[in-house]
Design a protein around this ligand. Structure first.
Ligand code: SF4
Ligand code: SF4
Ligand SMILES: [Zn+2]
Length: 278
């Protein structure tokens, strides 16, 4: 049976879903693909014209690179896949932004919202309130920044996600001899358990973090509760940086994984045929 993806929920930039009928390696491949293989835009080159801030150009360039940019999916190609062959890139593989700020009679903080897109108004910072540097009175910061598509495997600034984690499906087993003393209910950090009609019951199984504290705290020996997990079902939480909608990150990661698997299969077939022909 193919893996089953269900219980998909999206709240803002956070996507949760479950994947069953898998082996742990598949869950990890999907997680790694979302982190490292789904491309996003990030600032990679900066040309400074004036910088009166107390920060060196290199530090500001580094900070600019870490600002998540909204990435229109499919509109740009990574520089090494573009046929322009140009060191500076072309409109297919590069987006130009600029920053031109002059402080008044007072010091002024320069924020990500001061960055303007020259080429594509859709490519802009996810948040306008990320501080970049501070200018003294009448100080200036003028620069041109070039964003390009890249991968999390090259640098974390290209990761489309802040968090991509999974845990295996918890299994909680309450033994017959549980006397419903409630110790585990009081001490569970995730409010997974409750007492109803003088019986211990599971209220929110998926919230269980598998910490096993309930087993440690149970006054009975052996404990009247046991915790284990099902390694064939993973519960994922994915939080986008905002550069791509979280659902697009998942869909693109699955597409990339399928493409890589097909390539691997082809290569295995070719090498098997070559061996047979030897
Ligand atoms: S393993 Fe931890 S989170 Fe899960 S029920 Fe026990 S105490 Fe609560
Ligand atoms: S599992 Fe142990 S701690 Fe929890 S209610 Fe039963 S006896 Fe008490
Ligand atoms: Zn190009």
């Amino acid at each position: 049976m193919p893996p089953l993806l269900e219980n998909v929920k999206i709240e803002g930039n956070v996507l949760t879903f479950s994947l069953s009928g898998i082996i742990p390696a598949l869950a990890n491949s999907l997680r790694r693909t979302m982190l490292a293989e789904v491309p996003t835009l990030a600032i990679h080159e900066v040309m400074f014209f004036e910088n009166d801030s107390p920060m060196h150009d290199e530090i500001i360039a580094h900070r600019l690179g870490l600002i998540p940019l909204i990435t229109p999916m499919g509109r740009y190609v990574p520089k090494d896949e573009c046929n322009c062959g140009s060191e500076l890139g072309c409109p297919k593989c590069r987006v130009s932004l600029y920053l031109d700020v002059t402080a008044s009679d007072y010091p002024r903080v320069v924020y990500s919202g001061d960055l303007r897109s020259r080429d594509d108004p859709e490519v802009r910072p996810v948040s306008n309130s990320i501080p970049i540097t501070k200018l003294p009175p009448h100080g200036k910061l003028r620069l041109e920044a070039y964003a390009r598509l890249g991968y999390g495997r090259e640098h974390a600034k290209w990761q489309p996600v802040g968090t991509a984690i999974y845990k295996f499906q918890p299994i909680i087993c309450i033994k017959e001899y549980c006397n419903a003393c409630g110790e585990c209910v009081k001490n569970c950090p995730k409010s997974v358990l409750g007492i109803s009609n003088n019986h211990l019951e599971i209220i929110d199984l998926e919230a269980c973090s598998l910490c096993k504290f309930c087993m440690e705290i149970c006054p009975l020996d052996p404990p009247a509760i046991s915790i284990s997990h099902d390694r064939s079902k993973a519960l994922f939480t994915v939080e986008s940086t905002g550069s791509l909608p979280p659902k697009e990150i998942l869909v693109e990661a699955i597409r990339i994984l399928k493409e890589k698997s097909s390539k691997l299969l082809e290569e295995i077939e070719v090498s098997t045929n070559e061996k047979k022909g030897e």
